[in-house]
Design a binder for this molecule. Structure first.
Ligand code: AMP
Ligand code: ZN
Length: 113
């Protein structure tokens, strides 16, 4: 997607604070963190949101994506736990339409944070 900001980050066309990269996924710190640690994990290939995920094709990718969250969270000092958020669609508060999982924590977060 030529006008997708997260595709441009994955391609190295927009700078970011990279957290992790493998063949399938890319993770980087949120530019506007809401916790001491706040990064996002995205699939490298463009998919707009969970609404566009396919139950057959994307099932394993979504499993691998979620399993990266605790691995990377622990590497960033969040052994005691963390929050995840996947904003989906305009009514779900999604602003960037490239699927991403927010991972954040550090300090105590309430159930509302
Ligand atoms: P949402 O789509 O609601 O999950 O929010 C998108 C998130 O992307 C927000 O938390 C932004 O702070 C973050 N964001 C937007 N642009 C960038 C960027 N260039 N680098 C890092 N994070 C970004
Ligand atoms: Zn994209």
């Amino acid at each position: 997607m030529s006008d997708c900001i997260f595709c441009k980050i994955v391609a190295g066309e927009i700078p970011c604070k990279k957290v992790y990269e493998d063949e399938e996924f890319f993770a980087f710190h949120d530019i506007n963190p809401i916790a001491r640690v706040h990064f996002m994990i995205v699939p490298k290939h463009h998919i707009a949101s969970l609404l566009e995920c396919d139950s057959g094709y994307d099932e394993e990718m979504l499993g691998r994506l979620l399993l990266l969250a605790p691995k990377l969270a622990k590497e960033h000092g969040l052994q005691g736990g963390f929050k995840t958020a996947i904003n989906t669609g305009k009514d779900g508060g999604q602003v960037v339409f490239h699927l991403h999982v927010h991972v954040y924590g550090g300090g105590k977060l309430s159930h509302l944070d």
